[in-house]
Design a protein around this ligand. Structure first.
Ligand code: SAM
Length: 214
């Protein structure tokens, strides 16, 4: 299969469907080889616009969801980002490509996926990402505050630690709802106040942890 052509076809579709519009996000999704972030047996499906299983009952998000979240994040090339839910490492790779002079800290709670994501990122030669094996509902205070925080698992509520680890003028994106359906919520911190905005429905696997689901 010609993965480069398949990737271009997928990205062109995401542009014409209105999911992608920012050049840096388009370039990142054209560059990162999604086929390297899915199990070998699934590689031929890597450019279908759907989530795919990556083991441990977890998934790599659908490309249109990666596009929506990355666009809404309004990422700059110097930004320091916290991702909760590394999974395959694909979203982190896209973020790392855009924030090329910044850094991505990404937290994963499942040890085999920590190794999986590490190997995938290493294979792709991506260096500005650190995978932290931990409970992301508590954030990662060691490197806080963050310009951007992105949570790629479904939370019952917005974890307090994540809001407190967000910089002034920072932006947090998180799916909030029940285990079956959530709303993508944007949280902004301005002059010490917190503002929330809803961006419509989405479906993610649960965020499991001390300030998430049991
Ligand atoms: N961003 C990922 C990617 O690009 O492949 C997809 C994330 S997948 C939809 C959600 C991930 O969140 C799973 O790998 C799951 O193990 C992880 N997760 C769930 N609860 C977590 C927590 N409290 N801390 C860190 N990771 C968590």
């Amino acid at each position: 299969m010609d993965y480069v052509s398949e990737r271009k076809r997928l990205v062109d579709n995401l542009v014409s469907e209105g999911y992608l519009e920012t050049q840096s996000v388009i370039d990142a999704m054209l560059k990162i080889p999604r086929e390297r972030f899915v199990p070998e047996a699934m590689r031929n499906s890597a450019y279908a616009d759907c989530p795919l299983p990556i083991g441990e009952g977890q998934t790599i998000s659908a490309p249109h969801m990666v596009a929506i979240m990355t666009e809404k994040l309004q990422l700059g090339e110097n930004h320091v980002v916290l991702e909760v839910g590394s999974g395959s490492g694909y979203q982190a790779a896209v973020l790392a490509e855009i924030a090329k002079h910044g850094f991505i800290y990404t937290i994963e709670r499942v040890p085999t996926l920590v190794e999986y994501a590490r190997n995938n990122l290493r294979f792709c030669g991506i260096r500005n990402v650190e995978i932290v094996p931990s409970d992301g509902t508590l954030g990662y205070s060691k490197k806080a505050p963050y310009d951007r925080i992105i949570v790629t698992a479904a939370a019952p509520k917005i974890p307090k630690a994540l809001v407190s680890q967000l910089k002034e003028d920072g932006l947090l994106l998180i799916p909030v709802g029940n285990r079956f359906l959530q709303t993508l919520v944007e949280v902004r911190k301005e002059k010490g106040k917190v503002f929330e905005k809803n961006h419509g429905g989405c479906v993610f696997v649960p965020l499991i942890g001390e300030d998430g689901w049991n």
